[in-house]
Design a protein around this ligand. Structure first.
Ligand SMILES: Cc1cc2nc3c(=O)[nH]c(=O)nc-3n(C[C@H](O)[C@H](O)[C@H](O)COP(=O)(O)OP(=O)(O)OC[C@H]3O[C@@H](n4cnc5c(N)ncnc54)[C@H](O)[C@@H]3O)c2cc1C
Length: 534
């Protein structure tokens, strides 16, 4: 990749005239309004689709090339579904909508007065896009509560890279246990610690026990995969607390039946290579040797939310999410909508349905503005319920008055996910794969490479100029016992994980200086910001 170019090309005329129009004025081809969407997750995709027949030019910018179906990430991580079944190229999804262009870049700053966003290409190189309407759908990222260094030992579960790293760690752990001569080392490889007993932690815990006791049951000669311990830690009283006490208790019962060891009321105070330490309500500190630690505990807004707040004066909540008006715009900025997980409104949960509905609303609102009409109806969220998978044949579901856990809930979960999975081919593929997985304990997506999937490193933070050496070492990616963490990254033992103040974990130095409107910027590439976990 080169790090040269920068442009301010209009989306509908690649390489065409650069620059920003007067705020609010049409500037695209044929006088079209320019709409920029940041993020191609559920919110951004639904907003884009709502604009497909509007007389606007849309540029959808995402730091990834694909739309990711996050609810099934854990199935990719545990070998049921392939990457391609849960991640579809945005270009493919939006191919037919000729007024929409996709750009793979990371938005690093917003110039609200000049109505431009500034983005960075992989490895450096600056891009600018003028807008008349901006829709921010950047989602959230994993939070380590002020301890980003834990990411090196305990991958989160937000991106495709995360899922592939987890797959390698989980299946790799059994391989390592198989050849470990020392019983203590073998035990450590066969111990999986999960931090966070929300839906993702519970789903992963159930899956690991299931693959250990079913899929891998008779494949090893030196170890008994079913001996694998799965430890689930959470500061609350019960797993899946958001589903209410009854379903939460049901989930605890199902997890117990699967052999998941639940350590509720515990706070993780330290994570390191091969072990973690927790403190219970009574103040008792306990260390657990576990070569695989997975983190599903918290979320925070991504760095672009901080840039947006700074540019607009928008307020942010404790997780750094942007507070919006009832029409999903930032106060004083009717041209900027914030949707999905990164928006803060009426304590709406961070779920796909909120993102989809807010995306549709924001897209329609922009469409009305483009046709000269004034949208007046506030956003109203229709709660369609939620579901969490625990193991084969076991799930919990809430939908209106319906609250159920077990086999029926599992069927409901199945239908919901088939219906919402992105792309017709993926739906058919998932049905076939699930049929095999559920009837024959077969997980066909178990391949992993022994080379690292570098979740601790982010391609956007590195100059990938030809000839540049790759970054030397990544702490904790492999998790081999006996190797030490770099001392600077170790938090003092016993120190409790604290919630980071909003924005604390944003990447310093990320915001490139604004370019002059109308002038392509031949870039001094933005200096690579410090490494940061995602
Ligand atoms: C493991 C997991 C399981 C889940 N299970 C469920 C479930 O069962 N049911 C449910 O309803 N919800 C579930 N959710 C939540 C649901 O996936 C989210 O609520 C939903 O994806 C939010 O959509 P979004 O568009 O706001 O953000 P996202 O889908 O996260 O999309 C944000 C996009 O913005 C991009 N981006 C971020 N920053 C930038 C930047 N600076 N520049 C360019 N692009 C950027 C990202 O690459 C990403 O593609 C789950 C989430 C996870 C992680």
């Amino acid at each position: 990749m080169t790090d040269e170019v920068a442009s301010t090309a209009d989306p509908a005329s690649p390489g065409g005239s650069a620059g920003s129009a007067a705020p609010g004025g049409p500037a695209g081809p044929a006088g079209r309004r320019r709409v920029v969407i940041i993020g191609g997750g559920f919110g951004g995709l639904f907003a884009a689709r709502a604009l497909r027949r509007a007389n606007v030019s849309v540029t959808l910018i995402d730091r990834a090339q694909h739309h990711l179906f996050q609810p099934l990430l854990y199935q990719c991580a545990t070998g049921i579904l392939s990457e391609g079944e849960i991640a579809v190229p945005l270009r493919d999804l939006l191919e037919k909508h000729k007024n929409i262009d996709c750009v793979m870049a990371e938005v690093v700053d917003v110039d609200a007065a000049g109505q431009r966003v500034i983005a960075q290409r992989v490895g450096g190189g600056r891009l600018e896009y003028g807008y008349d309407d901006l829709i921010v759908a950047a989602g959230v990222q994993q939070s380590y509560f002020g301890h980003p260094e834990y990411a090196g030992w305990a991958p989160g579960m937000k991106t495709l890279e995360d899922a592939l790293a987890i797959r390698r760690r989980v299946y790799g752990a059994f391989e390592m246990a198989d050849t470990a001569a020392d019983p203590a080392e073998r035990r450590s490889w066969l111990t999986f610690a999960l931090v966070g007993a929300g839906p993702t932690g519970v789903e992963l815990a159930g899956q690991i026990r299931e693959l250990a006791t079913k899929t891998l049951r008779s494949e090893f000669r030196s170890i008994e995969p079913g001996d694998a311990r799965v430890l689930l830690f959470d500061g609350g009283d019960a797993p899946l607390a958001s589903f209410g006490p009854k379903l939460s208790a049901r989930a605890a019962e199902i997890l117990h039946g699967l052999g998941v060891e639940q350590h509720m009321g515990t706070l993780v105070t330290h994570v390191d290579r091969g072990w973690l330490e927790v403190r219970d309500h009574a103040g008792q500190q306990t260390r657990y040797d576990a070569s695989t630690v997975l983190w599903t505990a918290g979320v925070e807004a991504p760095p672009v939310a901080e840039a947006l707040a700074r540019a607009t004066g928008a307020e942010r909540d404790r997780s750094g999410r942007i507070a919006v008006e009832k029409d999903l715009t930032i106060p004083g900025h009717p041209e900027i909508s914030v949707i999905g997980d990164v928006m803060s409104l009426d304590k709406l949960p961070g779920v796909a349905e909120v993102a989809m509905q807010s995306g549709l609303y924001a897209g329609r609102r922009v469409r009305l503005r483009a046709s000269g009409r004034m949208p007046d109806k506030p956003f109203r969220y229709r709660d369609l319920g939620s579901a969490a998978y625990i193991s084969r044949g076991r799930a919990v579901v809430t939908a209106g008055p319906l609250r159920t856990g077990g086999f029926i809930a599992w069927w409901i979960w199945l239908f919901i996910h088939i219906a919402f999975l992105t792309g017709y081919r993926n739906r058919v593929g998932a049905v076939l794969t699930w049929w095999l997985a559920f009837t024959r304990d077969d997980r066909k997506e178990r391949a992993f490479t022994v080379q690292e999937v570098k979740t601790f490193r982010d391609a956007y933070t590195h100059p990938l100029t030809p000839g540049m050496p790759e970054e030397a070492e990544l702490p904790g990616e492999e998790g081999q016992p006996g190797q030490q963490a770099p001392p600077a990254q170790q938090a003092p033992a016993g120190q409790q994980a604290q919630a980071a103040p909003p924005g604390q974990q944003a990447r310093a130095g990320q915001h490139a200086p604004a370019a002059q409107p109308g002038k392509p910027v031949s870039a001094p590439p933005a200096p690579p910001p410090p490494r940061q976990a995602r």
